[in-house]
Design a protein around this ligand. Structure first.
Ligand code: G4P
Length: 536
């Protein structure tokens, strides 16, 4: 591991510590290589001596958690984990996100805690339709995005065409920082456009150690790489001509995306990407509170909950709240204020959590993530602080698109059913709606069908309650108010349900009917349920 050379003064200074933090998430379609890349980051960060350790941890995680078994069966990751390692002079916090569009709301919440993201694309597949939603979420938050074109060691598509695809589909202008020499499947190395040098890579056995790199002079590259070099030089000239160059300001504004080409499997290009995390991704900055006022980094401790999860360790029926630190120094054991209730909250049980494994954490700084164990009172979006009161903006819920009624199959287990329902709602696994004047049967609302599967699975495995779900129906949701709700009732063709945060949602089966009502009654409150952070 890197030894960090800091004087004792800087050691406890939140501003100096924040300057060393890089907190980011990796977003990708399942199978594009997120797990492999994560593992290689740990290898380059010196946190594991040989690649393979993440998988070993994954194996242990499998053994201790029932419902995570579902992730393994389906080959997807539902839980988000947080990894911390040092690289060069920085402390890198890597937040994992679920790689499936049905969990884009979860990704959105994780992105609220990240300062940047890496978008991993498979060079053979490009931007995959099912993943578009995840990338759009990234775009909506206007978070700086680095792009990694992965699996270049295998045959794939023309990288210039992929640049165009990223721009057309996601609206991000890719600016290649490295450019490959050799076709996909015949990967020799990359041209580092900033330094104007060719870096040739060599393979190691199974990519288990860092790929040896050799900086090769242009004349030598021309003689040795011939056609591949010529083609790369032509492409680089084209990139120069169209001005597809790294631009820090537009990257930080979320308009352009520095692009890196590589292969996580063979480690080619991994170092360039990790260097970019340190050199280009922004450190934590003062965060605006819900009134728009910024909380300076040097203020006493503050942070917000971006994820809660129960039963990560089924043996202990625990309840973990993940808190992103925004200002000050966190010290385990300190008593903080819970902005939502005004009550004090003890942080005796603070941990760094990786899956179901955890290590006690003693201190943390802006950009870090702490897991507070047995924090059943904390909700997603809640703020904790010391010193001057602060409340960070809540994380908006997504517009649900699928709806299903939920009944306990075994009437003798109503209590467990209700307990599970409340918990899974709190975690944001599904949204739970009720008819404000009548039918008490809860209606589950989701963005994607797999959320219902996770709900059913966890209810059964963690609460021993089986659920009977009606076939999910697609509806268009609009936010409304009690006056409009009464009018809608007499107009027919819709149903109004209440979310537990008090929001009234009007659900429409037919888009035509909705459009007609909107045209005929412009005074009715029928607002789109916002999904982007610029909204309410
Ligand atoms: P994910 O987390 O995004 O779902 O992807 P993951 O890293 O698990 O990678 C999916 C598959 O793609 C794995 O193969 C992995 O080895 C492979 N892969 C990842 N990066 C590269 C790369 O740069 N080049 C090539 N050629 N393959 C890559 P698998 O057969 O599913 O698993 P395994 O048996 O290799 O572990």
């Amino acid at each position: 591991m890197t030894v960090l050379a800091y004087t004792p003064d800087q050691a406890a200074d939140p501003v100096a510590q924040a300057g060393r933090r890089r907190t980011f998430a990796i977003i990708s379609h399942p199978d594009a290589g997120k797990t492999t890349l994560t593992e290689k980051f740990l290898l380059y960060g010196g946190a594991v001596a040989e690649a393979g350790a993440v998988k070993a941890r994954g194996g242990r995680r499998r053994a201790t958690s029932d419902w995570m078994a579902m992730e393994q069966q389906r080959g997807i990751s539902i839980t988000s984990t947080v990894l911390q390692f040092t690289y060069r002079h920085c402390v890198v916090n890597l937040l994992d996100t679920p790689g499936h569009r049905d969990f884009s709301e979860d990704t959105y919440r994780v992105l609220a805690a990240a300062d940047a993201a890496i978008m991993v694309l498979d060079v053979a597949k490009g931007v995959e339709a099912q993943t578009l939603k995840l990338f759009e979420v990234c775009r909506a938050r206007r978070i700086p995005v680095l792009t990694f074109l992965n699996k270049y060691d295998r045959p794939g598509r023309d990288p210039l065409g992929l640049l165009d695809e990223v721009e057309q589909q996601i609206g991000l202008r890719a600016t290649p920082v490295t450019w490959p020499v050799g076709l996909p499947g015949d990967f020799r190395g990359v041209i580092d456009r900033r330094r104007g040098e060719f870096v040739r890579f060599a393979r190691t056995a199974r990519g288990s150690t860092a790929a040896p790199e050799q900086v090769v002079a242009a004349s030598q590259a021309e003689a040795e790489e011939r056609g591949a070099w010529e083609q790369a030089m032509e492409e680089v000239a084209l990139l120069d001509a169209i001005g597809a160059d790294l631009d820090l300001a537009s990257f930080l504004a979320g308009d352009t995306s520095p692009l890196f080409v590589g292969s996580a499997l063979t480690n080619f290009g991994v170092r360039h990407l990790l260097d970019a995390v340190v050199d280009l991704a922004p450190p934590p900055a003062a965060r605006a509170d819900s009134t728009g006022q910024e909380r300076a980094l040097e203020e006493p401790f503050s942070g917000f909950v971006f994820k809660v999860q129960a039963n990560m360790d089924p043996a202990h029926r625990d309840h973990v709240a993940f808190v992103r630190v925004c200002s000050g120094r966190f010290e385990r054991g300190m008593t903080v204020n819970h902005a939502a209730t005004g009550r004090p909250f003890s942080t005796k049980y603070a941990a760094a959590v990786f899956g179901s494994e955890r290590d006690t954490i003693d201190e943390a700084y802006p950009g870090d993530v702490i897991g507070l164990v047995n924090a059943s009172d904390l909700r997603i979006g809640d703020t904790l602080y010391q010193g001057a009161p602060v409340a960070f903006p809540t994380i908006p819920a997504f517009a649900p698109e699928l709806f299903a009624t939920a009944r306990a199959r075994d009437t003798g287990r109503q209590k467990q059913f209700r307990r599970g329902l409340a918990q899974l709602e709190q975690e944001g696994v599904v949204q739970v709606l009720h008819d404000p004047d009548g039918d008490p049967t809860p209606v589950l609302a989701a963005v994607g069908p797999m959320q219902f599967e996770v709900f059913t699975f966890r209810l059964q495995h963690e609460y021993d309650a089986t659920v009977e779900l009606s076939p999910p129906q697609q509806r268009i949701a609009r936010r409304t108010d009690p006056a409009t709700a009464a009018q809608l009732k007499s107009a027919g063709g819709s149903r109004v349900l209440a979310r537990s945060d008090g929001t009234l949602l009007a659900l429409f089966e037919s888009p035509y009917w909705l459009r007609r009502l909107e045209a005929d009654h412009p005074d009715w409150r029928l607002e789109p349920v916002l999904t982007d952070p610029s909204g309410t």
